[in-house]
Design a protein around this ligand. Structure first.
Ligand code: ADP
Ligand code: ZN
Length: 754
């Protein structure tokens, strides 16, 4: 008999190995140790092949079977296989998503352990008989008060050193053992201060008060109707997809929780996906509050050990609800009855390395496999999902109002051309936004200020030769970070960093000007416009250190920060009741990009960020600064009119033949020179066209990001109505050019074509 095995090597497809006579054939999903060239690796059995191994066939035998049954459940193996096929990736590429980090080396049971000491009967007698003294006596006395034992690290902290402990053990007065401890990611990092009951797990099981979500607050009539329909769908216990389109603050989370409680009540399990758990901390905490200890958290921000423990708990069946980011779609959870994809439009669901899967779409496939209800939730659904809802493929469920009849934020558009005319060309904060922030600070309310661009200045140019300071490795200009002495020029793509020159590197001209501005500059502007206000910044630069994000969010929630300036990170999912003003410094940042989703992204970002205002008692206001006040994505976002945006954008997609009208596949070929990249991409184009004249193949063309990390990039786009056909034609074209394998990236259903 043979087995087909996925091994963790990029791009490799299944490899076939023989099962030696006398070895029990491993199950699908079992880990096996196999030879690969001169190496030995751990792989996963994806398929069994019962044909007998005939003599003379040159197939290497597996070396070792690590699991008696399956380690990864068989349906998750099937899901991984689907993912690899659909996204034109090697099956091995899915392994990181399938296994907990430490299981890859074969240490399945590598748990954190605590060394525990407990006193023996001989030890108790020794105290009574005064046979010990000093530190050893002290140690025994401490231990005599805790018959279950005390961790040696705790004893050490109380002055009983390792030497004394080993002496006691040698004399038989204490016994030592190792206890397995499941690391609880919520216990070590209070993810969501102030959300629901505080998350203060003591690590002792049973210490948590579990509140029943069905007993909590009264649903609004809209929530009630939506829940009713979802419950009906869930009770059919069939595969269904529902799009829950609810405006910001309409209380979607409450619906997820009650639905989850109902599904769990019927003995099935629940998977909740969120875009970036660190940015939507409320979800993990709220679910924990509702479901207690049978909840696991899976995301890449956890340490390897934490992830490993959580994975094992899910696999053991100790978990009913998993909350996690995209790779949690592969969680080893059985009996799945409900999958929730919150903020389904979010770009974080797409993995930007192979396999380039979209967690939302894999979730739908998993739902089909499991006969489960899949709920996609969003205030700004992706064009794809809304299209599926409009064509009847998904159920559409709508929440048009905020809870407690809170109004949506009133949005004012500021035309920055008028502002420049009145106040000069260097204005960053319009008069309306400046006054608005000052008023909020004076009233003790809070403001969020969004600019989706990091850094202090976004370009440097020479007044003499008009040359710019560009990255030597990438076709972009360097961004200035910091001010004064700390000033540095940095590439946001390859991280190249340089001092800012005092003269032009091209013509030696002495007049270098900074142009454009990013979040750092806005932070400085807000601080100088509002003396005394506590201003902070939230972007990728500000949260480099682990934990600093949680700290910043907690400080803002506690009112220790008045104005928070940031990138799209501040737009996501947060519920800050004291925010009454949201300012958008430049709504146009994303509109200039040569990407077919530029308008969709701009609409989503503006709607989401405006949705952060007025979530408490006080009504909210949003001020949107733009140079294109008549652009439809800005106008319709300001009116918060999603259906109108969808119709308008669909016209564009139809005219230009882009998703959701057609399927799209982006292929990028990299090379040392521009000419070679174009030639190779051109060759692929010819081969695809030669094989099929029905497909629309665009290119070869220089990619919008023409040079990246020292390599040139050429691109071809294929459009068609049959995705499978596109993929097959492309794969056979690439099979004829094995030399390209390491230099080509195929992106099926790309989110961006830069
Ligand atoms: P969404 O995800 O739709 O933007 P949330 O689920 O975050 O909205 O809910 C917004 C706020 O309203 C939260 O603070 C939530 O606790 C609260 N909320 C939800 N449902 C109700 C309700 N029926 N009555 C009162 N408050 C509610
Ligand atoms: Zn660069």
């Amino acid at each position: 008999m043979f087995v087909h095995v996925a091994v963790p090597v990029p791009g490799l497809d299944l490899l076939t190995y023989a099962v030696p006579a006398g070895v029990d054939p491993p199950a699908v999903g079992a880990r096996v140790v196999v030879p690969l060239g001169s190496r030995i690796v751990t792989g996963i059995v994806i398929e069994r092949d019962t044909r007998p191994v005939s003599r003379g066939v040159d197939v290497k035998p597996i070396r070792q079977v690590l699991d008696a049954g399956s380690f990864v459940p068989a349906d998750v193996v099937a899901l991984a296989r689907w993912t690899a096929d659909y996204y034109a990736a090697g099956v091995g590429d899915t392994i990181p998503a399938l296994l907990p980090p430490m299981a890859r080396g074969g240490r399945a049971d590598a748990h954190k352990t605590l060394r525990m000491a407990s006193i023996t009967p001989a030890g108790l007698e020794a105290i009574a008989a005064s046979e010990v003294e000093g530190r050893q006596l002290e140690g025994l006395q401490i231990l005599s008060g805790s018959p279950a034992g005390i961790a040696t690290s705790v004893l050490a902290a109380r002055g009983i050193a390792a030497a004394a402990i080993s002496r006691l053990a040698r004399r038989g007065y204490i016994s030592l053992r190792h206890d397995r401890v499941d690391r609880d990611p919520l216990a070590v990092s209070p993810l969501a201060p102030g959300v629901g009951t505080p998350v203060s797990d003591t690590g002792q099981s049973g210490a948590r008060v579990v509140s029943d979500p069905t007993l909590a607050r009264q649903l609004t009539p809209e929530q009630d109707a939506a829940l009713g329909r979802l419950l009906a769908l869930a009770s059919a216990a069939d595969f269904r997809v529902a799009l829950l389109h609810g405006v910001t603050g309409s209380g979607k989370t409450e619906i997820y929780l009650r639905l989850a409680a109902a599904v769990r009540g019927r003995g099935r399990r629940v998977l909740i996906l969120v875009p970036e758990i660190a940015l939507t901390p409320a979800m993990a905490a709220v679910v924990r509050d509702a479901f207690g200890d049978r909840v696991a958290i899976q995301h890449s921000g956890l340490s390897d050990g934490e992830r490993h423990d959580q994975w094992q708990r899910i696999r053991r069946g100790d978990i009913d609800v998993v909350v996690g980011t995209r790779s949690a779609v592969f969680a080893p959870l059985e009996q799945v009855g409900l999958i929730v994809v919150d903020e389904e439009h979010d770009g974080s669901y797409k993995q930007e390395e192979s396999p380039r899967y979209n967690g939302r779409d894999v979730a739908i496939v998993r739902g089909r496999q499991a006969g489960a209800l899949v709920v996609l939730g969003s205030a700004t659904p992706s064009m794809e999902s809304y299209h599926n809802a409009m064509t009847g493929k998904y159920e559409r469920i709508v929440l048009t109002r905020r809870v407690l009849d809170r109004p949506l934020a009133a949005v004012t558009v500021v035309d920055m051309r008028e502002e420049y005319a009145a106040e000069g060309p260097d204005v960053i904060l319009s008069r309306a936004l400046r006054d608005g922030i000052r008023a909020r600070v004076a009233r003790g309310e809070q403001a969020l200020v969004l600019l989706n661009r990091r850094g202090f200045a976004t370009a440097v140019f020479c007044r003499q030769c008009a040359g710019t300071l560009d990255c030597p490795n990438c076709s972009v200009s360097l961004v200035i970070h910091g001010d004064g002495h700390a000033r540095r020029a940095r590439c946001h793509y390859c991280n190249y960093t340089a001092r800012v020159p005092t003269a032009c590197p091209l013509c030696a001209g002495p007049y270098l000007e900074q142009a454009g501005f990013g979040t750092e500059r806005v932070e400085a502007e807000v601080a100088s416009a509002c003396p005394g206000a506590r201003v902070a910044r939230l972007d990728r630069d500000a949260i480099r250190r682990r934990g600093s994000l949680a700290t910043l969010l907690a400080q803002f929630r506690d009112g220790q920060i008045d104005v928070l300036v940031g990138t799209q990170m501040i737009a996501k999912g947060h519920d800050f009741p004291r925010v009454t003003l949201v300012g958008v410094v430049s709504a146009d940042v994303g509109l200039g990009l040569a990407d077919f989703r530029a308008s969709e992204r701009t609409f989503q970002l503006l709607t989401q960020v405006a949705g952060r205002a007025g979530r408490g008692e006080q009504p909210g206001e949003a001020i949107v600064q733009t140079l294109y006040p008549t652009h439809y994505s800005i106008q319709l976002a300001c009116r918060q009119d999603y259906p109108a945006f969808y119709e308008r954008e669909l016209q564009f997609r139809r005219a230009m033949r882009y998703p959701p009208i057609v399927s799209l596949v982006n292929t990028v070929v990299r090379s040392r020179t521009f000419a070679a990249a174009m030639d190779d991409a051109g060759d692929v184009v010819d081969k695809v066209r030669g094989a099929d004249n029905q497909l629309r193949v665009l290119g070869p063309a220089p990619a919008p990001l023409g040079k990246l990390r020292g390599e040139y990039r050429a691109q071809l786009l294929i459009k068609g109505t049959n995705r499978k056909q596109i993929r097959e034609r492309l794969q056979s074209a690439l099979a004829a050019r094995p030399d390209l394998q390491k230099r080509v990236v195929v992106d099926i259903d790309p989110l961006s074509v830069l």
